[in-house]
Design a protein around this ligand. Sequence first.
Ligand SMILES: NC(=O)c1ccc[n+]([C@@H]2O[C@H](COP(=O)([O-])OP(=O)(O)OC[C@H]3O[C@@H](n4cnc5c(N)ncnc54)[C@H](OP(=O)(O)O)[C@@H]3O)[C@@H](O)[C@H]2O)c1
Length: 280
Amino acid sequence: MVIEHLRARGKRKDDMQEEMADLKMFKAISEQVRTHSSGHSNGLEVVTVARREAELEERKRELVNKHQCNVSTVVLDLNGDDVTTTMQSIFEQHSIGLVVYNAAVFGLGEFTSSLEQQLMGVKVNVESLTRTAHAYATATKTQTRQSSGFLIMSSTLGDTGASHVATYGATKAYDIVLAQSLGSEWKSKGIDVLACVAGPIATPNFYRSNNDTSHIEFMLQTPHQVADECLHALGQGKYAIATGSIQKAFRFITKRLLPTTFATDAFSGMIEQNLKEKEN
Ligand SMILES: NC(=O)c1ccc[n+]([C@@H]2O[C@H](COP(=O)([O-])OP(=O)(O)OC[C@H]3O[C@@H](n4cnc5c(N)ncnc54)[C@H](OP(=O)(O)O)[C@@H]3O)[C@@H](O)[C@H]2O)c1
């Protein structure tokens, strides 16, 4: 169905690669936030956080030129030690309505390969996310907002796990359970929480991690499609959603109809194939 959808929209691999070349998740999400915030962006405030200052400034220029919103940039390594203090200061200085925790460490390889890389994944995907959520919820106690939301980018691998991405899958499972639990806990506080259980997305990281993408292209989504679906679903009663028709069907089948081992082994096969192609 996604193929038909993409074909109908004239999307082929080359178009998607071109789109992803300058559209990473955070940019796509901030643009979609603008679209969803009553259709106009004047007065909308966006704070973007990442490590590369030049990249942040470039995105800032684009967003300001295109949408006339106010954009602040914060250079922060989520694998560093000052996540709590930086997040506290962001939430004190800006009245943030929606937080999108997008950054993640992927880490592909045998479990015994790089312990450092895997612990970096635990730090960025689990610890710093928890620190950010804690700082946000604490700040909302003292601030009045029209609405609040917390969107966490997770992954299908958080449902299934797979060989050679054990730690990544486990951190993404944490992300889903954190969103579900906080969604329920924060409902009475007026904070909507959602985990995006995404399949493959055409981002630079995706193309860096996959040599041959032809076998998964049928389920590939653009960052805009994912961001759009998530923002529509936020606050609609669900705490976690799969994006795209194929992922939705896949999640239903693997969670409700088939034994989890089937899905885990199927993903393991795809990942091992990808690794073999990388080696050759
Ligand atoms: N791409 C996929 O196929 C796919 C599939 C399922 C789920 N997801 C999820 O979607 C999210 C985004 O995926 P992606 O990596 O492919 O997208 P991306 O948008 O290409 O890159 C991740 C962003 O996070 C920032 N970042 C990375 N490490 C950081 C750190 N230590 N501190 C601060 N910022 C950091 C990067 O900027 P800097 O490098 O400048 O810091 C970049 O802007 C992740 O949570 C991932 O798990 C992706």
